[in-house]
Write a protein that binds this ligand. Structure first.
Ligand SMILES: [Zn+2]
Length: 118
C-alpha cells in the first residue's frame, strides 16, 4: 500500500470519493461503499467502519442542537410542540447529511492507518 497521509485520506472520504485516488465515488448507494474503486481498483468492500460514523454523526449533531434546544425552549415564547418539530426536523436532516460523509471519513482513516480489515 502506498503511503498517503491520514488527513488526505480522511478529507477524500469526507468528500465521499475514493480515499486513495480521489477520482471515483466511494459509495454506490446512500451508505453502501463500492466493491472496488472504478479508477484505482482499491478493494473497499473489506474496509468496515462499523459504528464509528454513527457515533461521530450523533456527537456533532447533538452538540449543534443542544444550544438551539436551550434557546428555543427557554428564550423564545413558542408553543411546546414547536421546538420538538424544529429540532426533530433539523436533527434528522443533519444526520442524513452527515452520516455518509462520516462513513467516508472513517473508511479513509481505517484504510490510511492500515488497520486490519475483515
Ligand atoms: Zn480510487
Amino acid at each position: 500500500m502506498e503511503t498517503l497521509s491520514k488527513k488526505t485520506a480522511m478529507k477524500r472520504g469526507l468528500k465521499m470519493t475514493c480515499p486513495k485516488c480521489d477520482n471515483a465515488p466511494l459509495f454506490r448507494a446512500y451508505l453502501k461503499p463500492v466493491e472496488s474503486c472504478a479508477s484505482c481498483e482499491t478493494d473497499w468492500a473489506k474496509v468496515r467502519a462499523d459504528d464509528g460514523p454513527a457515533w461521530a454523526t450523533m456527537l456533532i449533531v447533538l452538540h449543534m442542537l443542544a444550544p438551539l434546544f436551550h434557546y428555543l425552549t427557554f428564550k423564545l415564547d413558542l408553543p411546546s410542540w414547536a421546538p420538538i418539530l424544529i429540532l426533530g426536523g433539523l436533527g434528522l436532516g443533519l444526520c442524513l447529511l452527515l452520516l455518509p460523509r462520516m462513513k467516508g471519513l472513517f473508511i479513509g482513516l481505517i484504510w490510511a492507518t492500515g488497520a486490519p480489515t475483515s
